[in-house]
Design a protein around this ligand. Structure first.
Ligand code: ZN
Length: 269
């Protein structure tokens, strides 16, 4: 069992990481609280290697978000606030991983590690697919209807560069998890992360093109996927009003986790 000293040390490590993220302007104040919470659940339940993987995902997210940020802003697809992520976004990407980590604390198993890896790989794949996809020269096409061209950044819009981004993001997590020895077989880990992550990202796009809410702002009349815009509730024209981007992220991490678990179950001796 973990000692109090270890727990305190882990707590300070997580807070120091979250604090440096705030100082680098990559998360806001409430993002600091939610990422400290997520980080501590993961390091306490999964151990240092799980936390390092989440830290790598977070860093990868920052790097791909800020890569050619000015260009992304010009085409209207950049993340707001200079690329800083807010607390719902952090919980959407780290929530399932934290729950799995707490579950792992109660009953540790390779299945929990598989769910964790699939979930984080999905978040990494989806984030780099979105951010690199924005740089695609060709117009994104709707995944459910490839003859429809959609504006860059639209949920459900896909491009070849976005797909390459999904493979890249999950590959980074897979290589890291393999090196850290999260499970004994590094090749199996790599396969679980890449297949789970890319599947999760595709599931994200499919949900984004179908059930995710889309609408417009009643004040500035711009199309938006957000619940609020210009301080007012937005009008829904497509999808379910309660399924917004963060909810789709949570569901896709579940999908990616289950695929990674299925691969582990099918291929482990
Ligand atoms: Zn507006």
């Amino acid at each position: 069992m973990l000692t109090l000293e270890t727990a305190v040390l882990e707590f300070f490590l997580v807070v120091a990481f979250a604090l440096s993220a705030v100082l680098l302007n990559t998360i806001d104040a409430r993002g600091f609280l939610s990422s400290s919470l997520v980080g501590f659940a993961i390091i306490y339940g999964g151990g240092l290697s799980w936390f390092v993987i989440v830290a790598v995902f977070f860093t990868l997210g920052v790097v791909v978000t800020l890569y050619k940020y000015g260009y992304k802003r010009r085409i209207g697809g950049a993340q707001g606030k200079g690329g800083a992520r807010n607390w719902p976004h952090i919980l959407a990407n780290g929530g399932i991983a934290s729950i799995v980590a707490i579950w792992n604390l109660i009953s540790p198993s390779t299945s929990m590690a598989a769910l964790f890896l699939g979930a984080i790989s999905t978040s990494a794949a989806d984030t780099s697919a979105t951010e690199l996809g924005l740089l695609s020269h060709g117009k994104p096409k709707l995944i459910t209807h490839p003859s429809s061209i959609v504006p860059p950044g639209t949920s459900g819009g896909v491009s070849t560069l976005g797909f390459v981004g999904a493979v890249f993001g999950s590959l980074v997590i897979g290589l890291m998890a393999g090196v850290l020895g999260v499970l004994p077989d590094p090749y199996l880990v790599l396969l679980m992360c890449v297949v789970g992550g890319v599947f999760g990202a595709v599931a994200d796009s499919l949900m984004g093109a179908s059930v995710q809410r889309k609408g417009y702002c009643t004040v500035c009349l711009k199309p938006t996927e957000d619940i609020r815009h210009c301080g007012e509730r937005t009008k829904v024209t497509k999808g379910a009003w309660y399924i917004e981007n963060n909810m789709v992220n949570v569901l896709s991490t579940v999908a990616g986790g289950i695929v990674a678990l299925a691969i582990l179950a099918a291929l482990s001796p």
